[in-house]
Design a protein. Structure first.
Length: 116
C-alpha cells in the first residue's frame, strides 16, 4: 500500500514541472527506483491511472529502470554488486569482508517526462 503515497508525490512533482512549461499532455514518466524500495510496478501504474484521471497526465505510462544494490566494503572500500537472492553469503570480492555500506539500491527519482 506504500505505492499510493509515493505515486501521489511523483504525480504532484510531474504535474508541477509540466505546468511550468505549459505542457498540454504528459505521455510518459521515467523513474529510477532502487530494488530495496520494495515496490510493485503494476500497482504504481494502477494508482497513477486513478490519480491522473481528468488531468494532463491521464493515460501516461510509468517506465521504471531498476537500480541494483551495490555495497562499499568496510575494509578495502571496494564497491561491488549484491546478489539479492543470496544476500546472506555476500562477501567483498576483493578481500572477503562481509561488512559494508549500501551505496545504491534505495534511490527513487524522476529522470524524465515526455510531454506534448
Amino acid at each position: 500500500m506504500h505505492e499510493l503515497p509515493i505515486t501521489k508525490s511523483i504525480f504532484k512533482t510531474v504535474i508541477a514541472k509540466a505546468e511550468s512549461v505549459e505542457a498540454q499532455h504528459i505521455s510518459l514518466v521515467a523513474l529510477q527506483i532502487g530494488v530495496l524500495r520494495d515496490y510493485i510496478p503494476e500497482i504504481m501504474q494502477k494508482y497513477w491511472d486513478y490519480i491522473a484521471k481528468g488531468s494532463i497526465a491521464e493515460g501516461a505510462k510509468i517506465e521504471i529502470e531498476e537500480i541494483p544494490v551495490t555495497v562499499q566494503c568496510n575494509d578495502c572500500q571496494t564497491i561491488y554488486d549484491v546478489d539479492m537472492s543470496n544476500i546472506e553469503k555476500t562477501r567483498c570480492p576483493n578481500c572477503g569482508c562481509q561488512q559494508g555500506n549500501v551505496v545504491t539500491g534505495r534511490e527513487m527519482r524522476i529522470v524524465g517526462i515526455e510531454i506534448d
